[in-house]
Write a protein that binds this ligand. Structure first.
Ligand SMILES: [Zn+2]
Length: 415
């Protein structure tokens, strides 16, 4: 299967782009139409790499707006965990589809998820054609019975065969304050055994750090390092409160930070020192976190908040440069995941967005990159291609109405 995109703007120059199977085969001034099965007119559109959302809980779209203005621990204990206990796998499927629709419409083609009933979210991702890092979440609240049950379900999850090219099985742990040492070590071994990524919330709040130091005499980062969980396949969500030694460890081990500035600001957890971390050479990607602590899954708004937060936190006007912020949502995560993506070039994976250049938020067009971070919204996205397959065409998703209707029915039954 091949698709030719005619006259699309790439770095301010009109080009033709040929997509074969899941790759960008050729970029040239003119490519003969005979080479393709399908033609897409790119006039009035610009091509950019698609976004990778490196930390989210997609089915939490169901809880958007619930329990506002509370800090992380009160919000989790009073508003979120009691509701999550009652969720069913069908509800998670419907809520995940709705979340993925929002992601597609805002240019995201890959998400790193952490949530119960992962197989329901996998089904939704596979049906909608977006890539998902999926996991069975380690979470035992230091209860030995739960530890044993979790070990079994995590093992079963990893042994289950998946045929979809969109799903990558990974291991995740909720956090050091909800997972016992025994289960953290089990998760470490499981990730090593399956040569896969390990994903955990880390140093999200000052309280998490203080409690961990009191209990173990180590910061959460040092504690994870002692247990052998920090590797070049570890994705650390948040990392708001890192000291110098923590940062050295994370850099030395080659972990990827998933920075979630909106969630950190909204839950009053603090602001990650983006500029300092960049200066020290840490790898930073962006994540939206779940829709109940953000409350959006759009990487456009996440990029804007990331840039503003970097400046506000450091009191440095040069912090959070446009290129750095775009890199965190495109090239850095792609590289970390071992994907030839995050750039529009021949041979790269065909993960990209076509922007509608007539969109109000992209004017004047001379400053497109800046607009992507500071003014663009989902309405600027015209088409989305994931693994060479167009999953949004001319702002239209074929099952949009059905997905919204099903979600509304489920959400009414939950609130
Ligand atoms: Zn999270």
């Amino acid at each position: 299967m091949s698709t030719l995109i005619r006259h699309v703007l790439l770095d301010n120059k009109p080009v033709d782009i040929l997509i074969c199977n899941n790759k960008i085969e050729q970029i040239a001034e003119h490519i003969p139409t005979a080479l393709s099965d399908e033609i897409i007119l790119g006039d009035g559109k610009a091509i950019i790499p698609a976004f990778y959302n490196m930390h989210t809980h997609s089915a939490m779209t169901l809880f958007r707006g619930i329990g506002e203005d509370k800090d992380l621990f009160e919000w989790l204990q009073k508003d979120i965990w009691p509701r999550e206990e009652k969720l069913t796998k069908e509800q998670v499927y419907v809520a995940s589809k709705f979340a993925i629709l929002e992601m597609i419409k805002s240019g995201t083609v890959l998400f790193n998820d952490m949530y119960p009933f992962a197989s329901s979210t996998e089904q939704a991702a596979d049906e909608m054609g977006v890539k998902m890092l999926s996991s069975c979440v380690a979470f035992d609240l230091f209860n030995p019975k739960m530890t044993a049950e979790k070990k079994q379900s995590m093992n079963e999850f990893m042994e289950r065969k998946i045929s979809s090219s969109y799903i990558k099985k990974t291991v995740s742990c909720h956090a050091v304050y909800t997972v016992s040492e025994e289960l953290l070590c089990f998760a470490r071994d499981l990730a090593q055994k399956h040569h896969t990524f390990l994903h955990i919330h880390l140093a999200e709040t000052q309280k998490e750090v203080d409690d961990c130091v009191e209990k173990t005499r180590l910061t959460p980062t040092q504690y994870l390092n002692k247990l052998g969980l920090l590797t070049d396949k570890t994705i650390l969500a948040h990392c708001v409160w890192l000291n110098e030694e923590d940062r050295k460890l994370i850099k030395e081990k080659g972990c990827l930070i998933a920075h979630c500035p909106t969630s950190n600001l909204k839950l009053n957890s603090g602001q990650m020192p983006f500029n300092l971390y960049k200066e020290e050479g840490l790898k930073i990607s962006l994540g939206t976190d779940g829709a109940s602590s953000n409350n959006s899954l759009s990487m456009f708004s996440e990029m804007k908040i990331a840039a503003l937060s970097a400046k506000g936190q450091s009191h440095n006007i040069t912090a959070g440069k446009v290129e750095q912020i775009l890199n965190a949502s495109q090239q850095e995560p792609a590289q970390f995941l071992g994907l030839n993506a995050g750039l529009i070039r021949e041979g790269a994976l065909a993960d990209f967005i076509l922007l509608d250049l007539n969109n109000l938020f992209l004017q004047p067009q001379a400053f497109l990159k800046s607009h992507l971070v500071y003014s663009a919204e989902s309405s600027a996205v015209s088409d989305v291609c994931s693994n060479g397959r167009f999953i949004l065409k001319d702002k239209h998703h074929p099952f949009e109405n059905e997905i919204i209707d099903s979600f509304l029915k489920v959400s009414e039954s939950i609130i």
